[in-house]
Design a protein around this ligand. Structure first.
Ligand SMILES: *Cc1c(COP(=O)(O)O)cnc(C)c1O
Length: 407
């Protein structure tokens, strides 16, 4: 083979015009659960779709190439992808995970620890002392998530990976927030890349899926065998849709991050906004590291409204282009209020420690016109700001405490 193709070409071109039966340009979807043997004791390349399916193979091959890995396993959700990596661990093993990792990952790690499947410690990987103390316990796996959710904290993948490997650990990076279009953890030393393909890779908010890409061929084979054993491989139809979404990954995220930067700058200049968390801003504490390890700053950001929860409520209720919903990475812009949505289960004290205030809002920037998004934010900020001055309303309405205490 000649020179490695540009990732944009890989995303668009993998599997195109490979159909030998009819010359279909778009690879067909293979919904069949089973495949005929060509004769007695003569299986073909595929025999049963849980184990392997041609539609899933094309998606796996594309992801392998995009993440510069040796193989990929495509599974039924992002959580199944995280769990697949955890399947490599045993009861004597320790996992070092980020203190502010994705909520579902935190729950999975904690419940498996409670069942003695392995041990876990959660650390702030930007805290030198905490990281050193954790690595001195010789973990088997270090999990990295950067940028983090919802505060967009950035972790230096190469630095943490070098130290983790020196301590004998394998390193897995959850690359969901950026996608291989903007960050390639295997190039930075990681052993595994985890994706919730639900987010940017599919990009259209109509599939739940996940994938693990391994840097090493043997690791990829072990994971594929376990995914087949547990039956967590993704359905063919989901793979077809995800591949269709992945074709436009670069075009989408490149446009989305231009709009995100404009929105971050707009928010930063607004008097109702107390802080903006976007690694693309020079004032962001992770800006330099993000610049060094990412090829773009992405399209996720969060910001703090002055005026707490009642301002957040006014803001959200005044939006009309942004939709109030969990998830991210789709073509449509979404807003989430972590304290009452994604991070409600943490409880008020843990949220306070993590820095997730009641006025924090997270935005996933889509493909709408920048002018409409900014107009929408402007309207909602004006509404939130007007009421933020109403001390009387603020003191009367605080629905967070009763809600949180139930969880
Ligand atoms: C959404 C998400 C997951 C979980 O993925 P699902 O597809 O919802 O199971 C894991 N990690 C991160 C960073 C996510 O955003």
């Amino acid at each position: 083979m000649s020179k490695r193709r540009d990732p944009r070409t890989i995303a668009v071109n993998t599997g195109i015009a490979t159909d030998s039966a009819f010359g279909a340009v778009t690879p067909p979807i293979y919904l069949s659960s089973t495949f005929s043997f060509s004769g007695f004791e003569r299986p073909r390349a595929h025999d049963y779709s849980r184990t392997a399916n041609p539609s899933r193979d094309i998606l796996a091959n594309t992801l392998t190439e995009l993440e510069c890995g040796a193989g990929a396993v495509v599974v039924s959700s992002g959580m199944a992808a995280v769990d697949l990596v955890l399947s490599l661990l045993g009861p004597d093993d320790l996992v070092v995970a980020p203190h502010d990792c994705y909520g579902g990952t935190h729950r999975l790690l904690s419940l498996r620890r409670d069942r003695k499947h392995f041990d876990v410690i959660f650390v702030d990987q930007n805290n030198e002392e905490a990281l050193t103390a954790a690595l001195e316990q010789f973990p088997a796996l270090v999990l990295i998530e950067t940028p983090s959710n919802p505060l967009m904290r950035v972790v230096n993948i190469r630095a943490v990976t070098e130290r983790a490997k020196a301590a004998g650990a394998k390193v897995a990076v959850d690359n969901t927030f950026l996608s291989p279009a903007l960050q390639r953890p295997i190039h930075l030393g990681a052993d595994f890349v985890i994706h919730s393909t639900t987010k940017y890779l599919n990009g259209h908010s109509d599939v739940v899926g996940g994938a693990v890409i391994a840097a090493d061929k043997t690791d990829a084979e072990i994971l594929a065998a376990w995914a087949n054993t547990c039956g967590v491989t993704a359905p063919a139809f989901d793979c077809y849709l995800t591949l269709r979404g992945l074709r436009t990954l670069f075009a989408r995220i490149e446009r989305q991050q231009i709009t995100a930067m404009k929105i971050a700058e707009y928010l930063q200049g607004h008097c109702a906004v107390a802080a903006v968390h976007y690694p693309g801003l020079a004032s962001h504490p992770g800006h330099a590291v993000a610049r060094s390890q990412q090829s773009g700053f992405g399209a996720m950001l969060s910001f703090e409204l002055a005026g707490g929860v009642s301002a957040a409520r006014r803001f959200v209720e005044s939006l009309s282009v942004f939709t109030l919903a969990e998830s991210l990475g789709g073509i449509e812009s979404l807003v989430a209020h972590p304290a009452t949505m994604t991070h409600l289960g943490m409880g008020p004290e843990a949220r306070r420690v993590a820095g997730i205030t009641d006025g924090l809002l997270r935005l996933s920037i889509g493909l709408e016109a920048e002018s409409d998004l900014i107009d929408d934010l402007k309207c909602a900020l004006d509404a939130a700001h007007a009421r933020a001055h109403d001390v009387h309303e603020n003191s009367l309405m605080d629905p967070l405490e009763p809600l949180a205490s139930q969880s």
